[in-house]
Design a protein around this ligand. Structure first.
Ligand SMILES: *Cc1c(COP(=O)(O)O)cnc(C)c1O
Length: 221
């Protein structure tokens, strides 16, 4: 199957899920996750019409970035954990950092960015050891700090539940994230991936992050 055909399938899934729960397709942003794929794949996706891209690793994207000049209207989201020693370069090459998980990191980004930077807070809702993100009790404080930061624009919350074959399993996590966003009057909810984007849309996702369903399996480096 070609990228165009896989994109059409993903678009149909998003549209059908939105219709099922009375939402508009235009309220949902598809983020094409291009980690482990070369810059040429981003260009190919851009040429087909995709405009929002997600990358996990700052250094990997910094290496691809010089090959991506001239893509007007493109938006790059950092969706992987950000170490503070990479904050400066991240603030330069990404439009939105979805993985702010501490007040300290928020402060650092605010000091380092040369232009207003969109951010989301990554929330850790499960007990899984490996998952990055702020625990729910920390979130109100981080929200206050980001709202007070002159160079940061708080868009919303992001989460990544434990991976599961069954797309129903993440539903309680998505629901919990949506409730937190409502409590804090935040508009954006970045949740849902290839396997569970329908569940996420039903629970209010405004940004779904889709890699495998668009680009196929990622090869190990
Ligand atoms: C890799 C990744 C995705 C995309 O996952 P797929 O299952 O390939 O769609 C989405 N979000 C994050 C945070 C990721 O790391």
């Amino acid at each position: 199957m070609t990228l165009r055909e896989r994109w059409q399938q993903v678009e149909e899934r998003i549209t059908r899920a939105a219709e099922r729960c009375g939402r508009r397709r235009s309220d949902i942003t598809l983020i094409a996750v291009t980690k482990k794929f070369p810059a040429g794949v981003i260009r190919e996706a851009y040429d087909l019409g995709m405009r929002e891209f997600g990358e996990n690793y700052v250094q990997e994207f910094a290496d691809k970035h010089p090959q991506l000049s001239g893509l007007a209207g493109v938006t790059y989201h950092l969706i992987g954990h950000l170490q503070s020693n990479k904050a400066k370069i991240a603030a330069e090459i990404f439009h939105c950092v979805q993985t702010v998980d501490s007040a300290k990191l928020a402060k650092r980004l605010d000091q380092l960015c040369a232009r207003p930077l969109e951010v989301m807070i990554e929330v850790k809702l499960s007990e899984e050891e490996s998952k990055a993100g702020a625990v729910p009790e920390e979130v109100p404080g981080i929200i206050d700090d980001i709202r007070a930061a002159p160079n940061l624009r708080l868009r919303g919350l992001m989460t990544m539940p434990p991976w599961s074959e069954d797309p129903e399993n993440p539903r309680p996590y998505f629901r919990q994230l949506a409730a937190m966003a409502r409590d804090h009057s935040l508009d954006c909810l970045s949740m849902g991936m290839s396997n569970d984007l329908e569940t996420a849309i039903e629970e209010g996702a405004t940004h779904v992050r889709v890699g495998t369903a668009l680009f196929g399996p990622r090869t190990k480096p």
